[in-house]
Design a binder for this molecule. Structure first.
Ligand SMILES: CC(C)(COP(=O)(O)OP(=O)(O)OC[C@H]1O[C@@H](n2cnc3c(N)ncnc32)[C@H](O)[C@@H]1OP(=O)(O)O)[C@@H](O)C(=O)NCCC(=O)NCCS
Length: 154
């Protein structure tokens, strides 16, 4: 992948991250992080904000947080024009590498039950489904269950 790099969020990119999320508001189900929240979280070392940049434009991100002995993934997104080239795999493997470095043994996340792309991605990374929350997501006046998934690292 030409001109693609991954880096932690810094203050120069906060505004771009907010605009990027707003651009894809529907696909993110309205679940976006705003400037104040991002800046507050950036001060907290437990927050994990990994960006994929093409030249200097954001093309994907993964936001997660360390909570006691696990990480929780809050949001993961890749631009439609750059999907299926392994960007989400790299974002997840960067988080897994951080877990290993910090001796964190588990990652938890929630995924909409019919989100085949995301579910396949997590299964490919050895996440297992351990539960389900009915009527958890709302999209276009319909409700969908969330599948609860976790990865246990050895
Ligand atoms: C889910 C998402 C993050 C995947 O990003 P991506 O960079 O395209 O994923 P990758 O290229 O790293 O794909 C890795 C694996 O995921 C699975 N996958 C990805 N897209 C898929 C699709 N459209 N259909 C089926 N499986 C898919 C495959 O197993 C793929 O491996 P393969 O290409 O060897 O078959 C991306 O589609 C996206 O941003 N979707 C909208 C937001 C979203 O759903 N986020 C997750 C919320 S829990």
């Amino acid at each position: 992948m030409k001109n693609i790099r991954f880096k932690n969020l810094d203050s120069s990119l906060v505004n771009s991250l907010v605009l990027y999320q707003k651009k894809f508001l529907n696909e993110l189900n309205g679940n976006i992080f705003f400037e104040k929240e991002i800046i507050r979280n950036m001060k907290n070392k437990s927050f994990h904000t990994d960006l994929c940049l093409e030249n200097n434009s954001i093309k994907g991100f993964l936001l997660a947080q360390k909570k006691t002995d696990f990480f929780e993934v809050y949001s993961l997104f890749v631009s439609p024009d750059l999907r299926r080239v392994g960007i989400a795999m790299t974002l997840l493997s960067n988080l897994i590498d951080r877990c290993k470095k910090e001796k964190i043994g588990k990652i938890f996340l929630e995924v909409m039950e019919f989100n085949k792309a995301a579910k396949n991605l997590y299964l490919k990374n050895n996440f297992k489904t351990y539960g389900r929350r009915d009527d958890y997501y709302k999209s276009q006046n319909k409700v969908f269950a969330a599948m609860l998934m976790k990865l246990e690292l050895k």
